[in-house]
Every structure is written in structure tokens, then in C-alpha cells.
Design a protein. Sequence first.
Length: 150
Amino acid sequence: MQLPTFKMITNRKLKTLTIISHGFIIVGAGHGIVCLFIFEIFSLINITKENLNFSFNTGENHFSVIGLTILWGQASLIFSILNRNKKLKNGFQIVGLCLLWLSIVYFIYDITKDHYTHIALITVVPFATCTIITFAGKLLMKIYRKILDT
């Protein structure tokens, strides 16, 4: 029995859909809710301030850390779309997805005592689906075809 090989799906549409689905994850912020795309604006504003802090302490600077992580993740995915080298394309795609997931994990870790973090669990489903398709899509298609053939 031969083990299945690991191959990522690296098409542009899936990467674009991944960036968009991550941006529309709704999280609680203060007395309301906001999409993750807004955190990028907060991070760009806070880059010029001196109080930017990358520690895991709770405080008001977690928005800038999340925003910068989102920006770096999206930049990595965009670079993987534009790059022609297969190894660099795959590497930047993995780094980009890890950074986007890190932004979600950091947000939930930073604000675990608040009740409004649970709304992100529902809106993260499209992004999680895109990530699963990226990493296991070809393997799932092979399994699906084997089931249909039998």
C-alpha cells in the first residue's frame, strides 16, 4: 500500500478567496463587532505611534499586533500569487496561511475572558474551509474518486 503524496492547491482563485474570507471574519471589539479588514487600518495608524507593543499582555495594543499579522499574511499570499518560482510560491503560501491563522489565535488568546470572541467561531468557517482545501484538496479529490470508482 502506497501512502498518498502531499500536494497543495496553489491556484489564484483559492488564494484570493482565502484573503477575502479571512477579512470578513467578524470579531467583537469593545461594544460592537468588526471585520478583520478593519484591524489593518488600526495597525497602519498605530505603526507611527511609539506605544506599539508585541507582548502577550492584554491592553489596547492587541489590535495593532493583529493588524500587522494580517498584513504580513496577506502580503505573503499576494506574493505567492505573483511569484513564478514553485518553491517560493508554496513557501509564501504556507507562511501567509500560518500568519492569518496566527492573527485569529492571537485575538482569541488575548481576549479569552470576554464573551464576544465566540462570534468568530461561526464566521471563521469559510476561511477554515479554504485552508483545508489548500492543504488537503488534492488528497480529498483522490479519496472521493476512489469512492466513486468502487
